[in-house]
Write a protein that binds this ligand. Sequence first.
Ligand SMILES: C[S@@+](CC[C@H](N)C(=O)[O-])C[C@H]1O[C@@H](n2cnc3c(N)ncnc32)[C@H](O)[C@@H]1O
Length: 287
Amino acid sequence: MDKIEQKIKNKICQANKEYYTYEVAQGFEDTIYNTKLHLLFDEIKKNLHKEDNKVIEIGCGSGRITKFLYKQEKIKQIYCLDLSENMLKVLKSKLNQEELKKAFFICEDATNYFRRCQNKFDIIIISSALHHIYDYLELLNFCSQKLNERGFIYIYDEPLPINHNGYLNRLISYWDMSFNEERRLRKYCYFIYGLINFISPIFKIKFFRKIKKKLQDDEEGGKYIDYWAYKKEKINLNKIMEIFEKNEIKIIRCEKYTGDYSTKLSSKIANFFKIKDVFYLVGAKEN
Ligand SMILES: C[S@@+](CC[C@H](N)C(=O)[O-])C[C@H]1O[C@@H](n2cnc3c(N)ncnc32)[C@H](O)[C@@H]1O
């Protein structure tokens, strides 16, 4: 990775750290949508061949999936990896004493961890996190090498490039976003701020400048947490499959879906037009 790329990567990591604060972490499970979680859970249960599986969840967040893993008797060690200390804090608070005995917490960038990692795993899970990782192909290459024989890798993520109905998807996403409480609130704040500034220059005092800066910072954080804001290309399934093939990982499931939107109506429209922007991929290391 050259100097410029390293700089971009650092910026994305920083944006993620700022975005996934304690407040976001606390209410996180209610805001994220992935209605396909049952697929992941069923598949994991089916594939627990050993009695003492070692699992890592990359970008585990506040533990939506990790909680399920702790309930599986055949899973003896769970590595919870996330860049955000706050997300891990919330996850820890959800675990009881017994569960904590199985847990290992790693607060680090995923690729950096895997670059120096000595462990091997029976299961690797990456759910709704890959799009935050600038060097995701490099990460998946490392992950493939750290998978035990008969081990599994599960990836659920978005967004995929959308070809024939790209503009329609953008339109629906934009419209859908206007229903997002936080965004709407921010728009109002900007409006009020503008109004005050317009009415009287006297209000251009430090306090209001601070509010504006905060609003801008929030916006930046939200905008640049995804790697493709820089790369201008979305997750490339073909390249992921090439990496798996090179490392003798057999694809046992690869499906594309319509993602979930904030409102039922936008989800219905996206479904109607068959906008497939998320994917679910399962690979298995052959004997
Ligand atoms: C959308 S959340 C998904 C959380 C969880 N996997 C779930 O499905 O509920 C993405 C998570 O990825 C983490 N993340 C972002 N960049 C990362 C990186 N470079 N390395 C490790 N984790 C990262 C974030 O801190 C956040 O907790």
